[in-house]
Design a protein around this ligand. Structure first.
Ligand SMILES: [Mn+2]
Length: 439
């Protein structure tokens, strides 16, 4: 007996990116082709076959064509719903495909009354090989987590072997940190005594066990979101022969993941750096560029990501630029009028000074002192810093007295570590603001 276990194909994902959308569907086709070549008896899809409950018709057509290929090869397909292809209160595409016998739903349940308790009895599907398949679907917002406590466990343990449990839910002990606890169930919530636990939902490849039985999350065949694609784990599914799982890798495209640190760079130098990167050969690859940090000077628009993208695309299959964490120092235009150079300077200081124009004036005077010829560079810098620190301290004292008067800093009087810490942080933040201003 040989079966395949896959999950999270998310067909129809990347609806705004035709290249990625197509690659994702190709990954599913590649997986099904491998199942046919390996002559598996059946395929288990542990949820999220489609990215939406009602996908676009193009995706439906391709998805059904691919599923039909397996069916025509005599391979049976069992499915549970995932959090994405489930639709509360309305008919999901999966219901339609189930009715059309494109695959079989492995979820059948009834509620039973036992000793005044209402329990959820999951009824198995029996495959031609004699294996029992029991499934529970994943619902949106992981609502199925609650159902696990009402499972009719006695019924499931009496079910004869071999048996497979299919679910689309996070297991607490195996969960990545970004999934909240309340959206997961402990391993002990799974019914005991099954020969294989076929998981879906977690977008990572995880191999674990319940007793001696394998508990597997194959992860997605491609990925469903951009942050998914940024993670470089292996994509694929499992072929399980006599309950021994073997990972089958699926690579529809090579990925090149690049991180660029913009900290301390000017918009122009960042642009040059990215252009040099973009000029390399990325034939057949999907390039993901993550640019983060704070530009020292220039506007983000000056980087001109449009032409950088075009340059990458000269060789790459697709390029994805993530500039979400790219920042620049805020610059605003100030209009001032004044008769002389000095007047204009004073007016500007008035407008930009956070801590008063005297402070700004003094600071500029300190920083514009030239280095005496007979002074070492290091001594000169030290002297400058000492003067700046003295000035800053004076300002900080003045600011603190001011806010104490306003009653804002009363926590200084109390002996409370946490509050003192907060005050220190506020102070440090003010210092930081000053430094930013100086930079
Ligand atoms: Mn998923």
């Amino acid at each position: 007996m040989k079966f395949a276990h896959m999950a999270d194909a998310h067909l129809g994902a990347f609806s705004k990116n035709p290249v990625l959308k197509k690659l994702n569907i190709q990954a599913f086709e590649m997986a099904i082709d491998k199942c046919i070549a390996e002559e598996v008896d059946f395929i288990i899809i542990a949820g999220d076959l489609f990215h939406n409950p009602i996908p676009d018709m193009d995706t439906v057509k391709r998805g059904v064509e691919i599923l039909k290929k397996a069916q025509n090869a005599g391979i049976r397909i069992y499915m549970v719903y995932g959090s994405h292809d489930f639709s509360a209160g309305s008919t999901s595409l999966l219901d339609v495909l189930n009715s059309a016998d494109v695959f079989m739903k492995a979820v059948n349940y009834e509620s039973v009354e036992i000793d005044d308790d209402t329990l959820l009895r999951l009824k198995p599907v029996r495959d031609e090989t004699g294996v029992y398949i029991v499934g529970i679907s994943g619902l949106s917002s992981a609502a199925e987590v609650e159902y696990f406590q009402y499972l009719d466990r006695a019924y499931l343990s009496e079910l004869p072997s071999p048996k497979i449990f299919v679910f689309h839910t996070t297991i607490s002990e195996l969960k990545p940190s970004y999934i909240p606890d309340r959206f997961a169930v402990p391993k002990s919530s799974l019914p005991q005594g099954f020969d294989y636990y076929a998981g879906g939902h977690i977008h990572a490849r995880i191999e674990s066990s319940v007793g001696n039985a394998p508990l597997i999350y194959p992860g997605p065949l491609f990925g469903a979101t951009y942050s998914d694609l940024e993670r470089g784990y292996e994509r694929g599914f499992y072929i399980v022969e006599d309950f021994k799982p073997k990972f089958v890798r699926i690579d529809v495209a090579e990925f090149e993941r690049i991180s660029v640190d913009a900290n301390g760079k000017s918009a122009v130098s960042l642009r040059e750096e990215l252009m040099t990167l973009a000029s390399k050969d990325y034939s057949g690859k999907v390039v993901m560029v993550k640019v983060s940090g704070e530009l020292y000077s220039g506007k983000i628009a000056d980087v001109d990501f449009h032409s950088i993208r075009e340059k990458f695309k000269e060789s790459a299959l697709e390029v994805l630029l993530n500039t979400y964490q790219l920042k620049t120092r805020e610059r605003k235009k100030i209009n001032v009028t004044g008769g002389t150079k000095e007047d204009i300077e004073r007016e500007v200081f008035k407008k930009i000074s956070v801590y008063g124009e005297d402070f700004t004036h003094t600071l500029f005077r300190i920083l514009s002192k030239p280095k005496p010829d007979d002074m070492k560079k290091r001594d000169y810098e030290d002297a400058l810093w000492r003067e700046v620190y003295d000035l800053l301290n004076k300002v900080m004292e003045r600011e603190n007295t001011k806010s104490n008067k306003n009653g804002e800093n009363q926590e200084y009087d109390e002996v409370d570590d946490e509050k003192v810490k907060i005050s220190e942080m506020k102070k440090a933040k003010k210092m930081q603001t000053l430094f930013d201003f100086m930079g």
